[in-house]
Write a protein that binds this ligand. Structure first.
Ligand code: NOJ
Length: 740
């Protein structure tokens, strides 16, 4: 349909039919059950409105979708198809590593490919829209949703935002692409105290400099939808925040797609204390420019009276409806309401060999080697290997947001080892439980807690003894430990970021018998590893690696692949350091360079300022040397560019990938500038012995920021450049920026 036809269609709709387009309900309203991903509540929506609903939340599976769509269209007066929207975050049936892990790959092209693959699989299952990417900047490891973001850096998240949106949407080929919904707008990743849904409060400058750019990058990449966040921004909940939605998103950024709320966020305006009633809440959301109400009855029941009372205008309603119709049209739903959904295709694509192979590659690139004392890794086939721990033979490697992931396909570590080693060289046991108690984790709809396996004291003792026996037998013990899946993800905030106590206590008992030890970590956020680090030889951060996790990890452990992952979130020394991130401000009393006596510098009395593992950090089996940092001109003028070049030498006999990181520091500004900011990176492959020059180009654009009078521009003066392996290990040069 062209725009005129769409307008004509809209003008034939009754007010109720228009409102229906702005209502999103879950599958239980259509007798098809939805994946529960939020609090269950009674909505009080009448059946008439259900039949007018414009979109469905979290129902997938070609059979279900085809049935709901057919039944709906049969009864519908205007035959406007339903939109099926779902949380397809990092995979459909084939699960890729969690986004925090994907970020660690520093490989946006690969992540784009992962999303293309996901889009194909999910399209076959009937999906039209995915609630991804989540691009919130995350700096507080207490927040459980760190796992859903690519990390703490504005620039890197922006690069991934673009790659992810383009991967999902492609050129909108029916059956192959999904419309993408960036979330959670805005600044959801900065809740006070790291507690989910909590207040977010920051200056407008910080919001614009550090938190908004990744959403903007998604919008600039053509993202079709934006989701409002649960939190407040400047003490106004995002869902009712007119400045944010209308001024910034729509007017400044020119976003003309759909604005949808997060789950039940309109009704939550009442609990926030900015609305008195559902009606008031609906009015506020409408005024802010929210198009679709996810999972409340506010729009369904209140928009009509609001319209009749003149509290909202028909124009505003029409604008919202037209945006929904436009997306349906863009997706081709008027021509084909099923858009490639097919039971046979879904079966063929889900977990097909190609998807699995990409998942294995993605996991391989996402793992981060944190420690490797005395070159403990890689292992050799001659060694006797004991694999011990609650993740030794555990298929819960998908992480919390793999709503549709097929757990039965997950390759465990045990399975992967047994494919290449026989019992003379490989033995395993669970050793201990993940947690002392599973109480307090709550329920998370689709994710079911496994029954505890080691129930009695006798079971526990037997496992401990077996672990000790294996440790005595083995040349190397691999401990597979970590968080329970429910300890991260939505509503998964924690104040204790150590490994669960039951696991460290178990390790203490086994370690005295161990010759060499490797710690594998499965978790959805940075952990505090300060105590455990000195007790083991090697540490590999595995995150939640997805379907092919077992294979990828074994590939790295055995040296079939060389680790290349680099952290995108700082790992704190102690939880008291959080929020901790590499690009803070110097302060007036910087610990290392202040002229004041030590006592009066900005520091902790009981802990270093630096993280245990910094942003950008990760080891490989090869060794790389960085040298000869050169700049083409020591002065950069507006409209010109300078090039900065560094030589990277793989001085080892192993080929591998390096992530060459490029940071800039603006020495003096009209407002305080960060101590460094990532402004570029290149992931390069180096053969054994190879030397390569890596070049970054600097233009005025890279130097812009929100100045004292809130102009987004570069200021003249001195800049430093840091290029190296991570945010703390680099070579330095500088230049002067002058405006002509
Ligand atoms: C709540 C979450 O915050 C959001 O990320 C998700 O997309 C919605 N629920 C829908 O399930």
């Amino acid at each position: 349909m062209d725009e005129k036809q769409l307008l004509n269609l809209m003008n034939t709709l009754s007010v109720e039919e228009k409102i229906g387009q702005l209502v999103q309900l879950s599958g239980d309203f259509f007798n098809e059950g939805a994946m529960a991903v939020g609090p269950v509540q009674k909505l009080g929506i009448n059946q008439g409105m259900v039949q007018l609903t414009g979109s469905v939340l979290n129902v997938l599976g070609a059979d279900k979708v085809i049935k709901i769509q057919s039944d709906y269209l049969e009864k519908s007066r205007h035959k406007i198809p339903l939109l099926f929207m779902a949380d397809i975050i990092y995979g459909y049936k084939t699960v890729f590593p969690i986004p925090l892990a994907l970020g660690s790959s520093w490989n946006p092209d690969m992540v784009n490919l992962c999303n293309q693959t996901t889009a194909k699989e999910a399209c076959a299952a009937g999906a039209h829209v995915t609630f991804a990417p989540m691009v919130d900047v995350v700096r507080d490891a207490r927040w459980g949703r760190c796992m859903e973001s690519t990390g703490e850096d504005t620039y890197l998240n922006s690069v991934f935002a673009k790659a992810m949106v383009e991967g999902f949407q492609g050129d909108f080929t029916p059956g192959e692409s999904l419309a993408s919904c960036v979330k959670h707008f805005a600044a959801y990743g900065a809740p006070e105290g790291g507690r989910d849904y909590n207040t977010v409060d920051m200056s407008e400058r910080r919001l614009r400099e550090e938190y908004l750019p990744p959403y903007k990058a998604a919008v600039d990449a053509g993202c079709e939808l934006v989701m409002t966040s649960f939190n407040t921004v400047d003490e106004i909940p995002a869902t009712a925040n007119q400045w944010l939605m209308d001024e910034v998103l729509r007017k400044e950024w020119g976003f003309d797609g759909i604005l949808i709320t997060d789950y039940a966020a309109i009704a939550e305006l009442i609990a926030h204390g900015v609305a008195e009633s559902d009606k008031d809440a609906a009015r506020l959301a409408m005024e802010a420019g929210v198009d679709i109400d996810m999972k409340t009855s506010c729009y369904a029941n209140q928009l009509k009276p609001l319209l009749e009372e003149g509290e909202i205008s028909l124009k505003k309603l029409d604008e919202a409806v037209l945006r929904v119709l436009k997306l349906k049209n863009k997706l081709g739903l008027f021509e084909d309401p099923f858009r490639g959904a097919s039971v046979a295709r879904e079966k063929k694509l889900s977990n097909c060999a190609e998807s699995k192979s990409l998942s294995r590659q993605a996991a391989t690139q996402s793992l981060v080697l944190l420690q490797n004392l005395n070159d403990t890794l890689p292992l050799t086939k001659e060694w006797k290997i004991a694999l011990i721990g609650p993740y030794a033979n555990n298929q819960d490697l998908n992480g919390l947001w793999a709503v549709y992931g097929d757990k039965s396909q997950v390759v465990t570590l045990k399975t992967a080892f047994e494919e290449i080693l026989n019992p003379d060289h490989f033995q395993f046991t669970q050793g201990c439980e993940l947690l002392d108690s599973y109480e307090g984790l709550g329920d998370f709809g689709f994710f079911t807690k496994e029954e505890t396996l080691l129930n009695t004291d006798e079971d526990k003792k037997r496992e401990l003894n077996k672990a000790i026996e294996l440790a005595k037998w083995a040349d190397v013990v691999i401990f597979a430990m970590g968080e329970h899946t429910l300890q991260s993800g939505e509503a998964g905030s924690r104040t204790d970021l150590n490994l669960p106590a039951i696991q460290t206590a178990f390790m203490e008992q086994v370690l005295p018998w161990v010759k060499k030890s490797i710690l594998l970590l499965f978790n959805g956020r940075p952990l505090v590893l300060t105590d455990i680090k000195d007790k083991v030889d090697a540490i590999l951060e595995c995150w939640f690696p997805g379907t092919e996790g077992g294979h990828a990890i074994v590939d790295l452990l055995m040296g079939y692949a060389n680790p290349s992952g680099r952290l995108t979130m700082s790992f704190p020394c102690a939880v008291g350091q959080v929020p901790i991130y590499y690009n803070g401000f110097n302060t007036g009393r910087p610990q290392k360079t202040s002229t004041h006596s030590v006592r009066f510098t900005s520091r902790y009395l009981d802990c270093p300022n630096e993280p245990l593992y910094p942003f950008g950090y990760g080891l490989s089996y090869h060794t790389a040397e960085y040298s000869n940092l050169k700049i083409s001109n020591s002065v950069l003028r507006s409209g010109e560019q300078v090039e900065v070049e560094i030589e990277v030498h793989n001085s080892s006999e192993i080929s591998g990938d390096e992530v060459v990181q490029f940071y800039i520091r603006d020495k003096v500004g009209s407002v305080v500038r960060p101590v460094k900011e990532l402004r570029g990176f290149q992931k390069i492959h180096l053969k054994a012995g190879e030397k390569r020059k890596v070049i970054f180009t600097i233009t005025e654009d890279l130097l812009r920021f929100h100045t004292r009078d809130m102009k987004f521009e570069a200021e003249e003066g001195d800049f430093e450049i840091y290029i190296g392996k991570n945010s703390e290990d680099y070579l330095v040069t500088n230049f002067l920026f002058e405006k002509k």
